[in-house]
Design a protein around this ligand. Structure first.
Ligand code: GLC
Length: 776
């Protein structure tokens, strides 16, 4: 039998909002976090409130006004009006102009069946839904349903669900408005966006725990993302090297083989910053060990990599092999009872790569601390990046007994509640531990499983994909959608993990890889090599060129990462962020398109298509490379040969570039190529730079410089630099696209020279704190 929530019996003001008790003994708390963020928690009276793994903010001191009417209670913040209907209890959200945003379905509201609670909500005819992170399917999730239950999903189908992670933040879009909901509940949860309900309602809920959601009332997707990442935290700056090209495979079987790959990168002038060790570097898959035969001298290996200006990332799975023969992680874990356990206290045993294994209980502080300290054996050997895999957690057969326990004393929970946060807590332990050990340097952490808030600790990738065009295109929808859920630093196994891509697909995917926040090429055992030289000379040239493009764009990309660090707006942006109310954005022909940083539009195209119909949103656009001009808000056929992925530049774009370097540790020729594309609207961009490796930027050691393009004043301005860091660029070359003629350059008002609109101009960059202006 299901139970529908009843009428309001009492309500009282609390420190953070209001508390309502219903006639059927449900307690509903509304708490204000900011004028646009309000939490709604509904549970049986006296249910204990558990801490959130995702949320890093505290509630503030409540509503601006509370009005108790006969039939309803009206709650207001500066931005929201919330109407709580008393009988039966229904909650509806309006913006400050009185426009309805979202609320309970009139007929159902919050309902429960045993321990399972569901929020049934009103659906409007024109409503669309975006978000939920790493989910398959289209951009607009209307009429679809999803489950969050972190799952190892090798070779997942392009509509398969659930996958590896749980990022339960979504946005609804209707009648020129938006709202957001973050359902912070780690039990197995479900979301149904109007599938099979005659379009009268949508709903979400979970098998256990309260209905506990944060309602976001900001009026644009951009502000929604700022609020969501304010609530759940933003990423710190990743090491610059992790934005370089990353070469992986399962596995480089020996340190010699791995070094051969590294040397070949340099020999073939393929820029590269990172090589990976997959599971075979270990002794019999025992984590925190090295294979004494095949990886006999890891320090010598990382020293060589260092000399080549490359970094090593090693994989670490959570399962610790049962081996009492001197294997420290196992012995220590057993001694201190650090493993997830059966109700009788015996550690849970599951089988993974290492065979029978136990699984650390990452929900406990002391276990996370111990876990972190174990990385010494990697860090002492020069490893700087840490790849957390199999942390759904995965055990062969998948179905781990639901009664397995985590936590201690009153905080003991079962797998039902812990599963979806397990991977995140592993990544957290890895990040916090390695950050401590790296003496002020930034670790790079990569995780497969996750929960909301993961952006504070780790990058993510989309798991074991397939070498097909469909999968490649799906990857960009998933990455865009993960960006909508606060996780901006994402990658995909370029080329596809399981099986062999066609050479054309490999080439195309590498060209898209350049426009992926994390650019990693990876493949499984037994597959054709994925390194660029394995595909013949012509293809190698194309792939080299794609990787070079990535390196040329690094000043723009790193600056965009800094913007993400400050605001939460992702690097790869579905067009739904900037062009939310344009229907074309959701058209399945165009839904894979995204902005890379603020000003570049990338249209992923199947490797089989030499031409493609694309949608360009409002404004004028230039094709990257040829500068051919296009008028926006239009659908156009464009050429998409393998050597020219359709990438477009928004008019007014300010894109700092550098010359091609082989590693992010190379300073290059000291020249910034400041590319600006002419347009009618003003634009500005903040160039950002720091040492790329430490946290000194948090103490002001950075270089940032606002660059303005003002067509009305006919002026480009480089404003005074800020911060204590000296830029690696000594000069800036202005590379102007589509500008009128008659340009002249001034420094602090003094005329430097007149220039043509095509020649590149050199300006002293590093020593000038003054204003550099170009006028026409
Ligand atoms: C999992 C990972 C994959 C890795 C393999 C071996 O399948 O998803 O990336 O290569 O395990 O460690």
């Amino acid at each position: 039998m299901s139970h529908q929530i009843g009428a309001v019996k009492t309500f009282q003001k609390t420190d953070h909002g209001v508390k309502i008790i219903t006639v059927d003994n449900k307690e509903v708390q509304l708490s204000v976090y900011s004028p646009t963020v309000v939490r709604v928690r509904m549970a049986p009276v006296n249910t204990e409130v558990s801490a959130s793994y995702a949320v890093v903010q505290e509630a503030t001191d409540g509503f601006k006004s509370i009005t108790d009417n006969k039939d309803s209670i009206i709650l207001a913040t500066d931005s929201l009006k919330i109407v709580v209907q008393k009988n039966p209890l229904r909650i509806n959200f309006f913006n400050s102009m009185g426009q309805w945003l979202d609320g309970d379905a009139p007929s159902l509201g919050i309902s429960s069946q045993g321990s399972e609670m569901t929020s049934y909500r009103k659906l409007t005819d024109d409503e669309k839904f975006i978000g939920l992170g790493e989910k398959t399917g289209p951009l607009n999730k209307r009429e679809l349903s999803y489950v969050n239950w972190n799952t190892d999903a090798p070779g997942y189908g392009i509509n398969q669900d659930p996958l590896y992670s749980t990022l339960p933040f979504f946005m609804g879009i209707h009648s020129n408005s938006v709202f957001g909901i973050f359902f912070d509940n780690s039990y197995k949860s479900f979301f149904n966006f109007g599938g099979s309900t005659d379009s009268s309602m949508y709903f979400f809920g979970a098998e256990g725990g309260p209905i506990n959601y944060y309602f976001f009332g900001a009026s644009t997707v951009t502000d929604q993302l700022k609020d969501y990442t304010w609530l759940t935290g933003r990423m710190q700056m990743p090491p610059l090297w992790s934005l370089g090209y990353q070469q992986c495979r399962y596995s480089y079987m020996s340190q010699q083989q791995l070094l051969d790959v590294a040397h070949r990168m340099r020999q073939d002038s393929i820029p590269c910053d990172v090589i990976y060790c997959d599971i075979d570097y270990m002794r019999g898959y025992r984590i925190f060990t090295w294979n004494p035969e095949t990886y006999a001298d890891p320090k010598a290996m990382t020293d060589t990599l260092k000399a080549l200006k490359m970094h090593l990332v090693t994989i670490i799975d959570p399962g610790i092999k049962i081996d009492s023969n001197g294997y420290e992680p196992y012995l220590t874990g057993m001694l201190h009872h650090y493993f997830a356990r059966y109700p009788d206290g015996q550690p849970y045993t599951g089988s993974v790569w290492a065979g029978r294994s136990h699984f650390p209980d990452f929900t406990r502080d002391e276990v996370r601390k111990w876990w972190g300290e174990n990385f010494k054996v990697l860090i002492d050997n020069g490893v700087t990046g840490f790849w957390n895999d199999m942390n759904e957690p995965s055990a062969w057969g998948q179905d781990i007994p639901p009664l397995i326990e985590f936590g201690e004393g009153n905080n003991t929970v079962t797998l039902k509640k812990a599963r979806n946060i397990y991977g995140m807590q592993m990544a957290r332990a890895t990040f916090e531990g390695t950050k401590d050990l790296l003496n002020g340097n930034r670790p790079f952490v990569l995780t497969r499983a996750a929960y909301s808030g993961i952006q504070r600790y780790s990058a993510m990738w989309t798991g074991d994909n397939n070498p097909t065009d469909d999968h490649m295109l799906l990857a960009y929808r998933m990455i865009n959608s993960m960006g909508l859920a606060g996780e901006a630093f994402d990658g995909v196994d370029v080329g596809g993990f399981l099986g062999n891509p066609s050479p054309d697909l490999m080439v195309r995917w590498m060209s898209l890889g350049a426009y992926t926040p994390m650019f990693r090429n990876h493949t499984a055992k037994g597959n054709t090599s994925h390194e660029p030289w394995a595909w013949g000379e012509e293809n190698e040239i194309l792939m080299r060129h794609s990787i070079q493009t990535r390196y040329r764009l690094l000043p723009y990309l790193y600056s965009s990462f800094y913007a993400t660090h400050l605001t939460g707006i992702p690097i790869n942006r579905t067009l739904a962020i900037d062009y939310t109310h344009n229907e074309k954005v959701y058209d399945q022909r165009f839904e894979n398109e995204f902005l890379f940083g603020p000003s570049m539009l990338v249209a992923p195209v199947a490797s089989t298509n030499n031409a493609e119909q694309i949608f360009l949103p409002d404004g004028n656009w230039y094709r990257f490379g040829s500068d051919k001009k296009y008028t926006g808000n239009s659908i156009t056929w464009v050429g998409s040969p393998l050597n020219d992925l359709p990438v477009f530049i928004k008019e007014g774009a300010i894109i700092p570039m550098q010359n091609v370097v082989q590693s992010t540790a190379d300073n290059g020729n000291g020249i910034m190529y400041l590319n600006i594309w002419y347009g009618d609207n003003a634009n500005s961009f903040t160039y950002y730079e720091d040492d790329g490796t430490t946290y000194q930027y948090e103490k002001g050691k950075y270089y940032s410089r606002g660059i303005d393009f003002n067509p009305q004043q006919k002026e480009i301005l480089l404003n005074a630099a800020q911060g204590d860091y000296v830029s690696k660029f000594r000069n800036v070359h202005l590379v102007l696209h589509g500008f009128p003629s008659g340009l002249h350059l001034t420094l602090n008002g003094e005329n430097l020279k007149t220039m043509s609109n095509t020649e590149e101009q050199s300006v002293d960059f590093s020593n000038s704190n003054g204003k550099i202006a170009v006028q026409w």
